[in-house]
Write a protein that binds this ligand. Structure first.
Ligand SMILES: Nc1ncnc2c1ncn2[C@@H]1O[C@H](COP(=O)(O)OP(=O)(O)OP(=O)(O)O)[C@@H](O)[C@H]1O
Length: 245
């Protein structure tokens, strides 16, 4: 479903993402894990056609994320690391606008919006300007925008970063429900608890290189560890650091 083919990004001489080759299958929940500055957001921005790859390519459902970005956006729901909205549109207006951009009629868009507002418990804030939303509300509104067209693929950049425990649990439960429906999910995070709860496959990226990938068990055995994902993560990112020096 998602096919990275030697995807690479350089900023001048700095290699933020070294040639990345990886396949995420249909229906997988793939955790893209890495410490700060590892290259997660850069990779996701290339998947969304926001950044142009320096070399290689990434395909979603057979479509090139750079050359066929519009086709890709039809199939994908995207939650950026920091969702940005038009400050002086209300929550309801933003969702309706996104639904209409996806080609729904005004009536359909209004219905879908009402459903999303209820699902994300944003009903009471529906007529409030987005500028006044808390971070948790913005993330929920962002996720509602990502889900409104029932995409086959979800790409989420740090979906629960900065959320309080209740909002974090709500978002994770919503993602588990999406996974159960068969949606392919690519989620970047440095929060390993969430990855353990949500993901069936993970990839660990460190300093722009993928240092391990597979199921939790495969990644554990790659790290010669029987411990928690946190232990595996610390071990792999330490070793990769030493080798890089
Ligand atoms: N426009 C840019 N010019 C130069 N370097 C950049 C640019 N954007 C990102 N970088 C660098 O590329 C590297 C990868 O950044 P990226 O934002 O992809 O990391 P990340 O894994 O998402 O980290 P975080 O968890 O901190 O958001 C970092 O070292 C960052 O400083």
């Amino acid at each position: 479903m998602i096919e990275f083919q030697a995807l690479e990004k350089r900023y001048g001489t700095f290699e933020a993402v070294k040639p990345l080759t990886l396949t995420v299958r249909r229906g997988e929940v793939f955790g893209f894990l890495g410490p700060n500055g590892a290259g997660k957001t850069t990779t996701i921005r290339m998947m969304m056609g926001i950044l142009v790859p320096s070399a290689g390519r990434v395909l979603i459902d057979g479509k090139d994320c750079h050359a066929e970005a519009t086709e890709v956006k039809r199939r994908v729901g995207y939650l950026p690391d920091t969702p940005i909205f038009y400050d002086f549109l209300r929550g309801r207006e933003i969702l309706r606008f996104v639904a209409e951009m996806h080609g729904y009629s005004k009536t359909e868009a209004a219905e879908l919006t009402a459903r999303m507002l209820a699902e994300f418990a944003l009903d009471e804030a529906a007529e409030e300007f987005a500028v006044n939303y808390s971070l948790g509300m913005k993330k929920k509104l962002g996720l509602a925008c990502a889900l409104i067209h029932e995409p086959a693929v979800l790409i989420l950049d740090e979906p629960i970063n900065g959320l309080d425990p209740r909002s974090s649990r709500d978002v994770q439960e919503r993602l588990l429900a999406e996974a159960a429906r068969g949606t392919t999910i690519f989620v970047s995070t440095h929060l390993l608890d969430m990855a353990e709860k949500l993901c069936d496959h993970v990839g660990i990226i460190h300093r722009g290189s993928l240092v391990a990938t597979g199921t939790m068990d495969e990644v554990r055995s790659a790290a010669a560890s029987t411990g928690s994902l946190e232990e595996v993560f610390l071990k792999l990112t330490d070793e990769a650091g030493e080798h890089a020096q």
